[in-house]
Design a protein around this ligand. Structure first.
Ligand code: ATP
Ligand code: MG
Length: 556
C-alpha cells in the first residue's frame, strides 16, 4: 500500500484507509484540477503528489481535469504546459478532462434546479448583489427576483444562453439561505453572462459560464471522484459543494477534504503574482530558473524525485505555515550529492603556467566521478602546461587558515600533482594576470615527504578547456514574505541572477546533455541550460550551492 513503512500516513490516506475498510469504496478516484490560467508552481506539486500518489498506491485512478470555466484568463498554452509538467513529475492521468466538457450537463442540472425551485434568474447588478449579501455579522437580504415564477426563470435562463442579454444584466443564483452564517450559502451566483470570449475548448458556443463552486462538485461527481482534495480556503465552500450535489439528480456524491496550502519563504506562489512577474518582464518567462514554477525548477535543474521528496517531507496536514526555502534546496542537494558526477569548472579563471612542464605535453590522468559511488566510474582529464584556477584560490599572502595557494606555498591540483607558486605576474595596474608555478613530478597519488601542502584546488586545462557561461541564482525576493509591507515588486532581489560569462569547464562537459546534472567540485551543482545554450557555447545553471550559503560559510 502507500508509502514506505517508516512514513506515517497523512490524514487523507488515513481517511481513505477507513473508507476502504468500511466498504464505502473499493477503488479510490482522485483528480488534480488546475485552472489553465498560468503555469504550475511548487504548491501545485504538493497537490499533484498527493492526488496522483494516492492513485498510484491504492487501487484507483487520478484524472487531470482542467477547471476551465473562465475563458477570460485561460489559454491553450497553459493547458499544454500543465500536461507537460505533470508528466515530467512522473505521473500519468487516467483521463484527461475539461470542466468545459460538461457545459451541456451543467446547463441541464441548472435547469433541473430551476424546475425544482432551487435556482432563479436574478437581475440585481453586481453592486446590488454585494449590498444584499450582508456581512459576517449581519444576514443578507433576499433578492426581489427570488420568488419569481419557475417558468419565468426557465425562460430567462434559456434566453441567457441564447445570447439575448448583456453581460452583467442577469445571473442564475442558487436559492439557499440569505440568513446563513456562511456567506457562500447566501444565494450564490452559479451562472453569469460573458459575451465575446473565445473559449480554448468550446470557442464561442457559450455566452453563459458556470461558476467554480457549482462546476466543481458536478465535475467530480460526473467523473466518479471519491475523494475531492482541495486547499483549506475551500473549507467554507464545502456546504455549497454538498448542497449542489444534494439538490440535483446525480447519483454520485464525492467527499471534499481540505489540506493546507504550501507557502514557501522568499517567493510568491499565486498565479496572479507570477503572471505579473512574467508580464512585466521581471523574469525571463514562466520557466525562468528563479521562478517557483515547475517549469522554472525543471530548467534550474531540479529533479522530479527531489520535488516529490520535498512534498513528502513537508507532509499533508491542516496546519497553515510557511516552509523555509532551505527545505526545498536540501531536497535537491541530497539527491544530487548521491547521484551527480563530479566535474571541474573554473568560474573566475586565473591563468597558471607550470614552468617546468613541457609545452607540448598532454598527460591523461584519471579522475573519479564520485567519491562515494564507484559505480559512477571515472573519466580522463588532461593536464597541460597552462591551466586555469579560480582567482579566489590564490592570495599573495595569507595565514595558515587559508587552505589554498599562496606565493611560495604548495597545493595539490585536484586529481594531479602538487605545485608551488613561484611568481605572481601583474599588469601595469597591479592586477594579477598570471601565476608561474613549478610542479613536483613525484606527487601523483602521493604526498611529498616532509613538506606541508595547504590544500587541494580544482583546475581546468587552459588549452583544452571549454569556455562556458555560468549563471548563479539567488532568491528572487529579499524578504521572507514578499509584499508584506506593500508592493511585492519592491521586494525583488536585484542580485538574484549573476552571469559569469568567462568560465572554463573541463572538456568532458562540452558534451553535457540537458537532463544531466553535475557537481562542479567546490562550487555547487549545475546543469546545462536547455534554452540558452548553443553548440560550442554552453550555459550552465547553478541548481543549488554545496551547502546552505545563507550562513556564508567559506568553502575551503
Ligand atoms: P493560485 O492561487 O496560485 O492561482 P489556485 O488554487 O487558483 O492557485 P488552481 O489551478 O486552481 O490554482 O489549483 C489547482 C489545484 O492545486 C487546486 O486543487 C489547488 O488547491 C492546488 N493548489 C494550488 N496552490 C497550492 C498550494 N500552494 N499548495 C497546495 N496546493 C495548491
Ligand atoms: Mg484557482
Amino acid at each position: 500500500m502507500s508509502g514506505a513503512p517508516s512514513t506515517p500516513k497523512n490524514f487523507i490516506r488515513q481517511i481513505i484507509d477507513k473508507d476502504l475498510e468500511a466498504g464505502k469504496h473499493t477503488t479510490i478516484h482522485t483528480r488534480f484540477p488546475p485552472e489553465p490560467n498560468g503555469y504550475l508552481h511548487i504548491g501545485h506539486a504538493k497537490s499533484i503528489v498527493l492526488n496522483f500518489g494516492i492513485a498510484q498506491d491504492y487501487p484507483g485512478s487520478c484524472n487531470l481535469r482542467f477547471d476551465d470555466t473562465n475563458p477570460a484568463k485561460e489559454e491553450e498554452e497553459f493547458v499544454e504546459a500543465i500536461k507537460d509538467d505533470v508528466r515530467w513529475l512522473g505521473y500519468e492521468w487516467d483521463q484527461l478532462c475539461f470542466a468545459s466538457d460538461y457545459f451541456e450537463q451543467l446547463y441541464n442540472y441548472a435547469v433541473e434546479l430551476i424546475q425544482n425551485g432551487k435556482a432563479f434568474v436574478c437581475e440585481l447588478t453586481a453592486d446590488e448583489v454585494r449590498e444584499y449579501r450582508g456581512t459576517l455579522t449581519e444576514p443578507g437580504k433576499e433578492s426581489p427576483y427570488r420568488d419569481r415564477p419557475i417558468d419565468e426563470s426557465l425562460d430567462l435562463f434559456k434566453r441567457m444562453r441564447a445570447g439575448e442579454f448583456a453581460d452583467g444584466s442577469k445571473t442564475l443564483r442558487a436559492k439557499i439561505d440569505m440568513a446563513s452564517p456562511n456567506i457562500n450559502m447566501r444565494d450564490p451566483t452559479i451562472y453569469r453572462i460573458r459575451h465575446g470570449l473565445v473559449h480554448h475548448q468550446t470557442g464561442d458556443e457559450w455566452c453563459i459560464y458556470p461558476m467554480y463552486d457549482y462546476t466543481h462538485p458536478i465535475s467530480d461527481a460526473i467523473e466518479g471522484v471519491t475523494h475531492s482534495l482541495c486547499t483549506l480556503e475551500f473549507e467554507d465552500h464545502r456546504p455549497l459543494y454538498d448542497w449542489v450535489l444534494d439538490n440535483i439528480s446525480i447519483p454520485c456524491h464525492p467527499r471534499q477534504y481540505e489540506f493546507s496550502r504550501l507557502n514557501l519563504e522568499y517567493t510568491v506562489m499565486s498565479k496572479r503574482r507570477l503572471t505579473q512577474l512574467v508580464q512585466e518582464k521581471r523574469v525571463s518567462g514562466w520557466d525562468d530558473p528563479r521562478m517557483p514554477t515547475i517549469a522554472g525548477l525543471r530548467r534550474r535543474g531540479y529533479t522530479p524525485e527531489s520535488i516529490k521528496r520535498f512534498c513528502e517531507a513537508i507532509g499533508v496536514t491542516k496546519a497553515e505555515g510557511t516552509v523555509e526555502m532551505g527545505v526545498l534546496e536540501n531536497s535537491i542537494r541530497t539527491h544530487l550529492d548521491a547521484m551527480a558526477p563530479r566535474r571541474m569548472a573554473v568560474l573566475d579563471p586565473l591563468k597558471l603556467v607550470i614552468t617546468n612542464y613541457p609545452e607540448d605535453r598532454q598527460e591523461t590522468l584519471q579522475a573519479s566521478n564520485h567519491p562515494k559511488d564507484e559505480s559512477l566510474g571515472s573519466r580522463d582529464i588532461k593536464l597541460t602546461r597552462e591551466v586555469y584556477i579560480d582567482r579566489a584560490d590564490f592570495r599573495e599572502e595569507a595565514n595558515k587558515k587559508y587552505k589554498r595557494l599562496v606565493l611560495g606555498g604548495e597545493v595539490r591540483l585536484r586529481n594531479a600533482y602538487v605545485i608551488r607558486c613561484d611568481e605572481a605576474v601583474k599588469d601595469d595596474a597591479g592586477n594579477i594576470v598570471e601565476l608561474r608555478c613549478t610542479y613536483d613530478p613525484d606527487t601523483l597519488g602521493k604526498n611529498p615527504e616532509g613538506r606541508k601542502v595547504r590544500g587541494v584546488i580544482h583546475w581546468v586545462s587552459a588549452t583544452l578547456g571549454q569556455k562556458a557561461e555560468v549563471r548563479l541564482y539567488d532568491r528572487l525576493f529579499t524578504t521572507a514574505e514578499p509584499g508584506k509591507g506593500g508592493d511585492f515588486f519592491d521586494d525583488i532581489n536585484p542580485e538574484s541572477l549573476q552571469i559569469l560569462a568567462d568560465c572554463v569547464v573541463e572538456p568532458a562537459l562540452a558534451g553535457a546533455a540537458v537532463d544531466e546534472r553535475f557537481q562542479f567540485e567546490r562550487e555547487g551543482y549545475f546543469c546545462l541550460d536547455g534554452k540558452d545554450s548553443e553548440p560550442g557555447k554552453p550555459v550552465f545553471n547553478r541548481i543549488v550551492s554545496l551547502r546552505d550559503s545563507w550562513g556564508k560559510i567559506d568553502q575551503n
